[in-house]
Structures are given as C-alpha cells and as structure tokens.
Design a protein around this ligand. Sequence first.
Ligand code: TXA
Ligand code: MG
Length: 350
Amino acid sequence: METIIKKITHTEEDKKIYEQAGKILREGGLVAFPTETVYGLGADALDEEASAKIYAAKGRPSDNPLIIHIADRKSLDEIASEVSKKAEKLMDAFWPGPMTLIFRKKENVPMSTTGGLETVAVRMPSHPVARELIRQSGVYIAAPSANTSGRPSPTKAEHVIEDLSGKIDMIIADDTVDIGVESTIIDLSEEVPAILRPGYITKEMFEEVIGRVTIDPAITDGVKAGVVPRAPGMKYKHYAPDADLKIVEGDMAKVVDYINDNTKKLINEGFKVAIMTTDETRHFYTDGIVISMGHKSDELSVARHLYAILREFDNEHVDYVFSESFETENVGRAVMNRLIKAAGHTIIHV
Ligand code: TXA
Ligand code: MG
C-alpha cells in the first residue's frame, strides 16, 4: 500500500488534507495524526473492521484496547453508558487535554476497539489538528500511539514514517507534538479512583479536583505473576530500545563514577555506548555518546526528547545505554515510568 504523506501548512491547502483524511476514515482506512502527547494511528472507532486493522498495522496484541478520541462533550454520551460526578469534574478541569478516562461502554462500541472489555477509554485531545480531523471526518477516532508495537511512541512524523509507511493509508505530518509522553489514564470505576498510566496530568492535579486518588501498584512495582492488570497495556514490554539500557541511581558523584568506569570498560571491549544525561550534568562524562535529555529543572523538556532519543539509539545501533535517573515532580514521574519500562526494570543503585 502506498502511504499518502501530507504536511500541515496553515494555508487553504489544509482543508484538502482534512477532507482526504476524513474520507479515508469514513471508508474504514487508517490515518496517523499528531496530538498534544504523541502521534496517534486513527480509525473509525465504531467500525469493527476498521479498528481491527490498527492491530495488524502495529503488530499489536488484540487484547490491548484502543483509546477513543472525541472533539466535544456530547459525543461521550454516544459511547459511554454511565458518566459519574467525578468524571464530570475531571472533564471540566482537564478536557480538552492529555487525560484519558475509562467508562462502561455502550453497545455500539465494538469489541475490536475495547480489546474485548466492557469498558471504553476516552480522551478529548487539545491539539488543533487532532480536533479538526475528528470534526471534519465526523467519526470518533480510535487511536493508539502510531508506532510499531514495542517501539517508542512517535513524537515526529519521521518516526511514524519509519514504523508504518506502506502499512497505513495516510500520515498527517505536523511536528508540534508538545508533551512527548502519552496521556494520563484514570479509572473511576472503584471507590478511590486509580491512575493506570502516569502522564502530564498528575495525581496531585486530580486530587485538587476530586479528592483522594491512588496510583495502581502495577505502575510502581510492575505486573506481578498471576495478577490481571487493570490496563491491559501494562503487561506488555513497551518502549524497548535494542540496546541494553540501565538506569543508574544514587549520589551524583557515585553515579558519574559508575557510568564513566563502565562506559570505558565496554568501549574497550568494542561496544558502542551512550549516556543519557541533562544539560546540568553532561560535562561530567568523558567517553561514549553523551546525550542531554534537556534541563533537569524543566521536566517537560526531558519528556519531549525521551522517545526521539530512544529511537536514535536503535538507528545508531548502540549496544549499551546508561541513564541518569530523572525522578522529579510532575511529568518527570511519567518520564521515569517510561524509562523504567524501557530498561526492563533494571535500576542500579550506587
Ligand atoms: O496520549 C495518548 O493517550 C495517545 C494519543 C495518541 O492519544 N494514545 C495512546 O494509546 O497512548 P495507546 O494505545 O498506546 O495506549 C492505550 C492504553 C493502553 O495501555 C491500554 O491498555 C489502555 O490505554 N486502555 C485502553 N482501553 C482501556 C480500558 N477500557 N481499560 C483499561 N485500560 C485501557
Ligand atoms: Mg502505545
């Protein structure tokens, strides 16, 4: 299949892009588009066959459900059967934006969209291209991140092209993805709401609006054997770079010593080694490919670069990666969550 690639130009021409993409979606095709978090791979959420195509294009396990993207509040009533008071409050506070809520689904939402679950994940994105595409197409768009399953989520059109060119109908390119990590997922089905995936909107931000919120233990401890995770995506190894990635944590001087010593040793053995650091600490490192993630004091700058850097390591065939820990407040926690998954939970304490 030839993939149509169209760039948003902020001229009259954009209208044609939305018309073409809308037609493809209405006819059951696949269109990748930017959102404020990462690029999504969209299909008509209520078309059983269309959303099934998403799994094939991504190589995604069929029990890992999709998020439905809507452009206005009334669309929610078409797909969700119960909307609680707490959900209303959260939507007022954080929609449009990087928050996904879990609801009981209505009959019209096919099982191919929800991965066989009776619940449905819904998000109203704030990105203008995503919003315009939903409005113009007239469909609700089921969209996971637009990467091959197991690779880092795409934050640039080139990442989508790398993974999905030839497998989907169209890519709308507009490199204005802002946050760089996926939306926060919150499940309101229990007495105390639970965060199923950390993101830009934090526990503290939720608690200001609806009171106590917990973080699902699978996020902090990983999915334990024999436990069915509340978000099916939790059990899959995500964002795994080809390189052996280790996070090194502890007193800064010791972290630097550990990384410098091991980098030297591995380079002597003939391996390609990279170091993930920050603007503030990069000058401590003497060998290897030293990559700054952004400012330590600005966790959003780190979030924005994370996935592109992990992809770059694959392209450069890096063998080993040592990363400093970015454990900070706010979106920094989402960054660490993704990094810990990418490292397969290997953290070295020094
Ligand atoms: O920011 C985002 O959320 C991006 C953009 C494109 O909107 N989308 C995204 O989708 O990250 P995806 O498919 O990569 O991640 C969806 C996650 C998975 O972990 C899945 O298991 C969970 O949402 N999920 C979807 N439906 C669910 C449900 N009914 N109950 C629990 N978890 C659900
Ligand atoms: Mg994903």
